[in-house]
Design a protein around this ligand. Structure first.
Ligand SMILES: [Zn+2]
Length: 332
């Protein structure tokens, strides 16, 4: 059983060393460090210090393109998008949106730079976190629009499908987006491997074909992936806890069929009052389904990321620690 936790919101080494001891004591084997565009520009050496401390403590250091280009999940804003308006996704209303296009060559080049910088922190695994095409319900989205219809997407669609890209988001458009996300991830994982990084992929849990990552069977075949997983945040999705079982079962089945390691993320944020015991149950369910790589988002139950702070953050964090100790078979 391997356990991990995401870490963000602090770049001060002495504070991290304190937090790291808590993560180690709760049974964590790896720490997923967010490495946003802000970190890349302003905190590179400081993140490298956190990575080094993680490895010195005997834990594996993962690195996450948090919010990069707004193509990956995460609260961090994107400087790349601000500086490259010509690389933004264009929506069905012919207006750009605040997310880079995975098909744009400038963004592809930027992601290679990000990967080089991420590898040079000393991290061991690149964690490709919720890659996706534009999602209208996310921050800054516009209702009843879809993307991307930029010049690069239109050109590629014409080449691949032999006809112009339609205005409607047809099944063909969705299949095209799936191919594009796969191509984007194949390039990134191959480059990361070339730089000495292992690769882990976390896909969005809702298998909605609009964002391009619904076909888990296809994405789990990408090499050189070592880990394939998802993040069934049941409370955020307003689902019952069976959502965790369903996702765990599917990920285990698909990962095993493709000889990669299944991983499931635990919702460690936004826990309503009275729901804290579900954290323990969710991890039990993952274990029952055969998941042996479990990570939680994120450290201290995200008390410091206050828009998703649990009603009782300290209780939620205690329950996460209890769940982890149980998963490791340690005394509760
Ligand atoms: Zn595009």
């Amino acid at each position: 059983m391997k356990l991990g936790c995401s870490y963000f919101g602090n770049r001060i080494l002495k504070h991290f060393l304190h937090d790291l001891e808590e993560l180690r004591a709760m049974g964590c084997d790896f720490v997923v460090h967010t490495y946003s565009e802000n970190d890349m520009v302003f905190c590179h050496a400081a993140v490298a210090d956190l990575v080094a401390a993680t490895k010195d403590a005997g834990l594996e250091a993962w690195i996450d393109p948090w919010g990069v280009g707004k193509v990956f999940g995460g609260e961090a804003f994107s400087n790349f998008v601000m500086q490259n308006v010509d690389a933004m996704q264009v929506l069905s209303d012919d207006l750009p949106t605040g997310a880079a296009c995975p098909n744009n060559p400038k963004f592809r080049a930027f992601m290679r730079q990000w990967t080089e910088a991420a590898a040079s922190t000393g991290a061991q695994t690149a964690f490709w976190d919720e890659p996706h095409f534009y999602i209208p319900s996310w921050l800054g989205g516009r209702p009843n629009t879809w993307g991307c219809r930029c010049a690069h997407c239109q050109r590629l669609f014409l080449e691949q499908m032999g006809k112009p890209m339609p205005r409607e988001e047809t099944a063909e458009v969705r299949a095209f987006k799936e191919t594009c996300v796969e191509s984007f991830l194949r390039e990134l994982t191959a480059y990361a491997a070339q730089l000495g990084l292992e690769n882990a992929l976390c896909v969005l849990p809702h298998r909605d074909t609009a964002h391009g990552t619904a076909n888990w069977e296809r994405l789990a075949q990408i090499r050189p992936l070592r880990v394939f997983g998802t993040d069934p945040y049941w409370l955020a999705a307003k689902r019952d806890i069976d959502y965790v079982r369903q996702a765990s079962r599917e990920v285990v089945s698909i990962a095993r069929a493709n000889n990669v390691e299944p991983q499931i993320w635990l919702q460690g944020f936004g826990i309503p009052a009275g729901k804290e015991d579900e954290l323990v149950r969710a991890v039990e369910i993952m274990c029952e389904e055969g998941v042996q790589n479990i990570a939680v988002w994120g450290v201290y139950a995200c008390e410091h990321l206050s828009w998703i702070r649990p009603a009782n953050p300290k209780l939620a964090w205690e329950k996460i620690k209890e769940a982890f100790r149980r998963a490791k078979g340690l005394s509760v």
